[in-house]
Design a binder for this molecule. Structure first.
Ligand SMILES: *Cc1c(COP(=O)(O)O)cnc(C)c1O
Length: 373
């Protein structure tokens, strides 16, 4: 049975079907027969340069690919350490390992769930080459302390803004705070598309040039590999679809924000009753999903499921506790906040097509649970 209010929309690109059919036909029958890294990719890059003000934007195979290229462009190598959040998407650590370097896991902020600058500073060593804060779920990391740490210790800042495209903090767009920033176009993301894709943003033209080389085997159309690169190119159909959807991104983000406001208003009184909503406001918010923290999380999940509301638990265990990363974790280390967030977080539905009635159904069910506490 499908939920009355599913966690994610059942028909993600319903309103874009005709456009998608037309765009696939256009790309497929274009006499140039360019299917990757063609004119549509270049146009998308230019459109994102214009929107974000970055000096360069380079489209590549995925958000994970973008993180890998960003780290590689910085020269991250065997023996280097990169500080990453313990509560995050696996890419923040897997990309570091892929380059032969070591991810060093730091704990996160209990309210925003993003990398904690104090624990980050405590983990800086002479081998630290970069730090990789990730914006998550409902809030951007405050990037100012990370930039300060970067300047003070001579380490680079890679900003994982995979889910934060369109968010701003103190007037600066997500993705522009780091030495390099990354967005993802994976379908579920706020600017998700119809396949894999991502971009690297940077204000340093030389780094942009390196990322451009690295995404296509170290070559730039020349068939001469200047560098040992990767296969992380961008698909023209995805580019065409993202260009088609870009003008309406702001409206979709505004709808997400309005839903979050409605949630916040109803949930404010629940803080003392075992259900804590994310911080309110607009500055520095990135509304990917809407996670509440509940002491009796699993009971809340069951309560909502029984009332037709779909939910999701993110990062039930911290990254360094996953078998995939066990090898690079020092014995005895701990991430108490990440552990607790893994036990308590429950993400509520947050997608632009939700009606006000859908939102009320969710809030009624959550409030009913809290009142029973
Ligand atoms: C999705 C995501 C990524 C990776 O993006 P893909 O396009 O799926 O490879 C990286 N970081 C965060 C925080 C994400 O949510």
């Amino acid at each position: 049975m499908t939920a009355a209010v599913p966690f994610a929309p059942a028909r993600l690109f319903d309103t874009d079907r005709e456009a998608l059919r037309r765009l696939v036909h256009e790309v497929g029958t274009d006499p140039a027969q360019r299917f990757v890294l063609g004119p549509r990719t270049a146009e998308l890059e230019r459109a994102l340069i214009e929107r974000t003000g970055a000096a360069d934007v380079v489209a590549c195979g995925s958000g994970t690919g973008a993180l890998l290229l960003a780290l590689h462009a910085l020269g991250i190598d065997a023996g280097d350490e990169v500080i990453v959040p313990a509560f995050a998407f696996p890419s923040v650590a897997s990309t570091v390992l892929e380059l032969g370097a070591t991810p060093v896991f730091a704990d996160v902020d209990p309210r925003l769930m993003v990398l904690d600058p104090v624990d980050t500073q405590a983990r800086i060593t002479t081998r630290t080459r970069a730090v990789m804060p990730a914006h998550l779920f409902s809030g951007m990391a405050d990037m100012r302390p990370f930039r300060q740490l970067g300047r003070k210790h001579g380490i680079a800042v890679v900003e994982d803004a995979a889910v934060a495209q369109g968010a701003t903090f103190a007037g600066v767009p997500a993705g522009r705070w780091g030495d390099l920033g990354v967005y993802s176009f994976f379908p579920a993301k706020p600017f998700g598309g119809i396949g894999e894709g991502g971009v690297v943003l940077t204000d340093d033209p030389e780094r942009g040039r390196r990322v451009r080389l690295l995404r296509d085997h170290g070559q730039d159309g020349s068939r001469v590999s200047e560098l040992l690169g990767h296969s992380s190119r961008f698909d023209e159909v995805v580019a065409a679809f993202q260009l088609h959807r870009l003008p309406t991104l702001t409206a979709r983000l505004a709808r997400r924000a309005a839903i979050a406001d409605r949630y916040a208003e109803r949930f404010a009184p629940l803080a003392g009753r075992g259900v804590l909503a994310p911080p309110v406001g607009r500055d520095g918010r990135c509304l990917y999903v809407y996670p509440v923290l509940a002491e009796r999380r699993d009971a809340l999940r069951d309560h909502l499921a029984a009332r037709g509301v779909g939910t999701r638990i993110y990062n039930p265990v911290p990254l360094p506790r996953l078998p995939a990363f066990a090898e690079c974790v020092p014995a005895g280390d701990g991430w108490p906040v990440s552990e607790r967030l893994g036990r308590q977080n429950l993400a509520l539905p947050l997608w632009p097509g939700m009606t006000d009635e859908d939102v009320d159904r969710v809030t009624d069910a959550v409030c009913e649970f809290a009142e029973q506490e």
